[in-house]
Design a protein around this ligand. Structure first.
Ligand SMILES: Cc1ncc(COP(=O)(O)O)c(C=O)c1O
Length: 414
């Protein structure tokens, strides 16, 4: 059994009872299924099997080293979005030639590090950034491989906060400026233009906008080829969504069928940068009931020992995660507010959820929390980062120990 499912009335991870793992390692706890990561990677990779491609896992979704090593072992490359993510990729064993470096607002130091390493491509965001990379590369006597991030002004039909490919978004170079920019890059001694890049947004379940974006990039690659700029790859970014409701799922085969026709006409290597699709369903956040209350005229509150400091997606994106009792008790469901312990009203993990009887110390799991979960954790209210446990190859192990109070104060100079 792979992933998360109920077994003999108890939530299990790859067949192992979540309650046993939580008893050993405490809560709040992120728990990952290695089998689910392998299955998601396999399904995406197989969907593109008929065409030369590389899967650059987007580290922003989850950059815990053991997870990165697992993905590298499956054949993944890396998409890093900051100097810290480049460092994580290197520490997890990725070669610089496997790293693409994306990000609006890369600092000069971050760019210089990427140039010095000789990463696969730096996805540039503006003419000014291109000039800075050129200067850094020339100062080092090297040529930096660059791709231009295109802003195609295409609506990915997702939440506004995770939509990135519209003209009003801060990302990329507006389409009509890209071909002239690529031609000018080819004339700069410190740069080698190798690709075009797009990332429309995240949690995309309708693949039609991705098909349109692929067509735009393919046309662009042909246009600049006719002007003498021969690119090597097209990078379609990430964005493929998962079934947070347990039902509505973007399908890797449909994704491939949407983008490949246009890409195939160019003959260029295809890069994709999935994050959420590979990790979200492979992780849960396990918390414990700290208190319950239901007074006349108020909702029933289930107060957990975990909240927005461990998983901020519901508060930041109005994301809806399924929430289940790890060992459901018999009895009728009651509409409940599932809230965290922080001094914030917005610290609500689930609103108006139908949940059965729960008692203090019961375990509760927030599903589909493997992507954009731990990576967005904070120490607000002086809370400590949770532990992370990975179940893989028939065993489970701590891949990040819970922060201690000493960890929490380590950098302070009192
Ligand atoms: C440039 C880029 N690539 C890839 C991703 C990964 O997206 P997702 O997790 O939706 O696949 C993101 C996420 O925002 C991104 O900004």
């Amino acid at each position: 059994m792979s992933g998360f499912a109920f077994l003999d009335g108890q939530l299990a991870c790859d067949g192992y009872p979540v309650a046993t793992i939580a008893r050993d390692h405490g809560t709040p706890l992120y728990l990952y299924s290695g089998a689910a990561i392998r299955a998601a990677y396999g399904s995406l990779d197989r969907a593109f099997a008929g065409y030369p491609h590389t899967v650059h896992f987007a580290l922003k979704a989850n950059s815990t080293l053991a997870i990165l090593r697992l993905l590298r072992g499956l054949g993944a490359s890396a998409d890093a979005n900051s100097g810290g993510e480049i460092e994580a990729a290197l520490r997890a064993g990725f070669d610089p030639s496997q790293i693409v470096f994306t990000g609006v607002g890369k600092t000069r130091d971050e760019l210089d590090r990427a140039v010095a390493l000789g990463v696969n491509a730096i996805n540039i965001e503006s003419d000014g950034e291109a000039d800075r990379i050129d200067a850094l590369a020339r100062a080092r006597g090297v040529t930096a491989r660059v791709a231009v991030r295109v802003n195609p002004d295409i609506d990915p039909n997702t939440h506004a906060h995770i939509s990135t490919g519209l003209r009003v978004n801060k990302f990329g170079v507006p389409l009509e400026f890209v071909a002239p920019l690529l031609r000018s890059l080819a004339r700069k001694p410190g740069l080698e233009p190798v690709g075009v890049h797009v990332h429309l947004g995240s949690q995309i379940v309708d693949v039609e906008p991705l098909a349109r974006a692929a067509r735009v990039l393919a046309d662009l690659a042909r246009e600049v080829r006719d002007a003498g700029v021969r690119l090597k790859h097209i990078d379609m970014g990430g964005g493929l969504g998962i079934a947070y409701d347990g039902v509505t799922m973007a399908d890797p085969a449909a994704y491939a069928a949407a983008v490949l026709p246009a890409i195939r006409e160019t003959g260029l290597h295809l890069i994709i940068e999935p994050g959420r699709f590979l990790l979200a369903a492979a992780g849960i956040l396990v918390g414990r009931v700290a208190d319950t209350k239901s007074y006349a005229g108020s909702p029933r509150f289930i107060v957990l020992d975990t909240g927005m400091t461990e998983l901020i997606r519901p508060m930041l994106y109005e994301a809806v995660h399924r929430i289940v009792a790890v060992a459901p008790r018999p009895g009728a469901d009651v509409e409940s507010e599932v809230v965290g312990p922080l001094c914030e009203t917005s610290d609500t993990l689930g609103h108006a959820r139908m949940i059965g009887p729960v008692e203090v110390d019961d375990l509760i799991a927030v599903l589909d929390a493997g992507a954009y979960g731990f990576v967005m954790a904070s120490n607000y209210n002086r809370r400590r980062f949770p532990a992370e446990v990975l179940v893989d190859d028939g065993q489970w192990r701590v891949i990040r120990r819970r922060q201690t109070y000493d960890d929490l104060f380590r950098n302070e100079q009192d």
